[in-house]
Write a new protein. Sequence first.
Length: 402
Amino acid sequence: MAEAYIFDTVRTPRGRGKSDGSLHEVQPVTLLSTLLKALKERNHLDTSLVDDVILGCVSPVMEQGANIARTAVLESGFSQTVGGVQMNRFCASGLEAINTAAAHVIAGQYDFVVAGGVESMSRIPMGSDGGAMFTSPDIIAKHKIVPQGISADLIATVNSYSRQEADAFAVESHRRAVEAQKAGRFNKSIVPVLDILGNLILGHDEGVREGTSVESLAKLMASFEMMGMMGGLDALALQKYPTLSKINHIHHAGNSSQIVDGAALVLIGSKEAGIKAGLKPRAKIHSYAVVGSDPTIMLTAPAPSTHKLLKRNGMKISDIDLFEVNEAFAVVPMLYMQETGATFDKVNVNGGSIALGHPLGATGAIILGTLLDELERQDKNIGLATLCIGGGMGVSTIIERV
């Protein structure tokens, strides 16, 4: 079989996902076309060599609908022979797009693929696409499906994580992100977003809050307590976990991932395609795995997907040099470290989505790019990226430098 190599990774900065966020004025297709142009220019790429563009998008409606991948191809000036397709595995959509692209290359069916994702959360609010999982009373009641914030608080309750522990994790996420930003560790992959006149709109992740402390976070109200109690959602979740007397609500805006706008792309291809295009590979997609899990507690599957992946490859957790575990909520990486034995000095060393933001469809591609950049900076070899997923799923991907 062929192997799937990573030749380049690019991403936009992450802008606050509100009407006053810097990227609110920018359409999602523009975020993508900006990155596609950057891939072409940075790599002197003959785009007619690219077979397809595969993009994750969690709310593929309105401006993000109608197969935004193909629209972005046309808007970017890529060869019209390049296809485009969008896909949705909720929060792991960007990483799923990369895994799917790798599978095409490994199977020998594609030479070059661009994979990644986009989410403009200030323009297309989360949940805009509806769906029976979140709107059907029968399905919600039958499968005990609750909002992810309540699932995160359920994880905290089951595992006896305190508000103080979650806040301390969030503070460290911000501290690491501030340090990484000041040191320019994200600069290798970030492509600034410009307006039509070439003026800078945003060139850095704007959600990082220097000086965040446990004391400042302690002032924030729990975000999901009222929803859980008044809406009957706590009671619904407790039907699945009857040994608990109540759910301890510890998550709030300061220890949960930030809503942001952003996009990310990865150029993937075969060794032969790289030689033909004069490109040097940076890493290869080593392997990947996906699992399903309980849809009520929902966010616990990064560790099982990692265990599945390691077992399949005859590897141990100690074989992984660095980890990127998406910080959907503080308890997600906390639980991951508890269940896998991964140590905090190797996990999210440049901060995570609590500090930097989680543009749903793009995050998987963003963290893979961050992982590769950091492996190179530290001269390490093997990294693992993983995300929890709505509906109770998890995906993990291993990359290896070459």
